[in-house]
Design a protein around this ligand. Structure first.
Ligand code: ZN
Ligand code: ZN
Length: 193
């Protein structure tokens, strides 16, 4: 989950919920880490289509997956939308059936559904971009963060390091796409790499 930085104080309740969900991922998925697959498939399936600014989302997400693949033994492959996949990415609005309603513009930008879940949802009501202006949110920065939560990766937030990808807050008009040393150390520690 990724939320606006300057709404932090007002959103403490939401953040603590997502932090405890993060802990849930770590405990419930760790047995699978021993013998789980390192090749993961993903597909795109949205309940809101043709969200402005998102026409390049497939190549942007492929790039975001590559950033994690480069520092782990995971590989990622897009499969057709109609195929079963480990991970499903999509754009959704408001209450979209997974118990985590989106809040319209601002507030929450995206979330990933734990535990061991493979769903990564963008809030369709944000202004998305691959090259964000002051009132737009960067698609790839958000993808790199949410992928860190997904499936066998299952990283928790790091609330203490704003430069880390797994820091729980983000904002309009900025990009943060490169994994920080702390993110790389976190995923490598989980897998003994
Ligand atoms: Zn998050
Ligand atoms: Zn959702």
């Amino acid at each position: 989950m990724l939320s606006m930085a300057h709404e932090r104080a007002a959103r403490n309740t939401t953040i603590s919920t997502s932090l405890s969900m993060g802990l849930l991922i770590m405990s419930s998925s760790s047995p699978d880490r021993e013998d789980g697959p390192t090749h993961l498939t993903y597909r795109f399936s949205s309940s809101v289509n043709q969200v402005p600014g998102t026409q390049n989302v497939r190549s942007i997400c492929a790039q975001a997956f590559q950033r994690w693949a480069q520092v782990t033994s995971f590989t990622f492959e897009e499969v057709p939308a109609t195929t079963a996949a480990d991970i499903t990415i999509g754009f959704h609005r408001g209450n979209h059936g997974d118990g985590s309603a989106f809040d319209g513009p601002r507030g929450t930008f995206a979330h990933a559904n734990p535990p061991r879940g493979g769903n990564f949802h963008y809030d369709a009501d944000e202004r998305w971009s691959s090259n964000p202006g002051p009132n737009e949110v960067d698609l790839e920065s958000v993808a790199v963060h949410e992928i860190g939560h997904l499936n066998l990766l299952g990283l928790n937030h790091n609330p203490d390091l704003p430069a880390a990808i797994m820091y729980p807050y983000f904002d309009y008009g900025i990009t943060k796409r490169d994994l920080h040393r702390d993110d790389i150390d976190g995923i490598r520690a989980l897998y003994g790499l």
